[in-house]
Design a protein. Structure first.
Length: 290
């Protein structure tokens, strides 16, 4: 078996593999920068909660219109934004913190979503909605993913400086005419947007994996914000490519393979990353000599 057969032929010969790679590239480019901010703002678990909270909206749309693309997309967005808004409101008017409130709502949401889907779906459709199958992505779904990724990148560029400031000095933004509140809301909206796009490729249970694992791994290779985002995108692209190859050759679900590839990169980064990796901490350090 040649290198061409192993590494390139699946994408050269099969259109569904090219579409899958294109979708993962779009999610990598637009989703992992959001993952970096989720990590730095200590909102990783909230991102996971939101990714599961879109399920009831998807389930209701599925019950009404089956697997039609836009009803499921709009249903997922509505549910995600609603859960994020309700969780924020509960955190503001009660002693419960936002992460705790959104976790409670997400547990209810995923149970409700599965209950609604089970009214109409068989086991195969339920697995597809929960875990996705990027290799079965249609052309219209790919267009939607790329469009959402483009919108997210443009919006993120517009609020980038404010997000960086909020990560390191949130009190400053709150003091500037409540600027922090709307920056936070826009950020949550972008997270929901990309999670809905990722859902089309990876399902609700895997949607956050490609966004967050490369972002966390990048922290072990870079400390500067811009470099961290660049490294996270590169790691996500490598995870996507290697995961799709693993799926093709080993005949395992593509979403799981991609997240496993990202997990392997994360594990290597934890061990040998130049910025805080376990092994590098025990290596002799050079000191400046005067």
């Amino acid at each position: 078996m040649t290198l061409y057969t192993t590494l390139l032929q699946p994408f050269a010969d099969f259109g569904h593999m090219r579409r899958a790679l294109a979708a993962c590239m779009a999610i990598s480019a637009a989703g992992t920068p959001l993952g970096v901010f989720l990590m730095l703002r200590r909102m990783a678990l909230m991102g996971d909660a939101i990714s599961h909270a879109i399920l009831p909206g998807v389930a209701v749309a599925f019950l009404i219109s089956g697997t039609a693309l836009w009803p499921m997309t709009l249903g997922g967005m509505a549910a995600g934004l609603l859960v994020a808004t309700i969780a924020g409101a509960i955190a503001r008017v009660t002693p419960i913190r936002e992460d705790a409130s959104i976790t409670g709502i997400y547990l209810i949401s995923i149970a409700l979503g599965i209950a609604i889907i089970s009214m109409k779906a068989d086991a195969e459709e339920l697995v597809h909605l929960l875990f996705g199958d990027v290799t079965q992505m249609r052309g219209d779904s790919l267009v939607m993913v790329v469009a959402f990724a483009s919108i997210s990148l443009m919006a993120l560029a517009a609020i980038y400086r404010s997000l960086v400031v909020e990560c390191f000095d949130p009190g400053f933004l709150r003091s500037v005419r409540g600027k922090g509140a709307w920056v936070h809301q826009i950020f949550l909206t972008l997270v929901v947007l990309m999670l809905v796009a990722s859902f089309q490729a990876l399902g609700t249970l895997m949607a956050l994996g490609l966004m967050l694992l490369p972002a966390i791994a990048a922290r072990f290779w870079a400390e500067d914000m811009d470099k961290m985002i660049g490294v996270s995108i590169l790691l996500a692209l490598v995870s996507s490519y290697s995961g799709l190859l693993l799926s093709f050759h080993a005949h395992i679900p593509a979403g799981s393979a991609i997240v496993l590839a990202a997990g392997a990169i994360y594990g290597v980064s934890v061990l040998v990353g130049s910025c805080g990796g376990i092994l590098t901490r025990f290596l002799p350090q050079r000191h400046l000599e005067g």
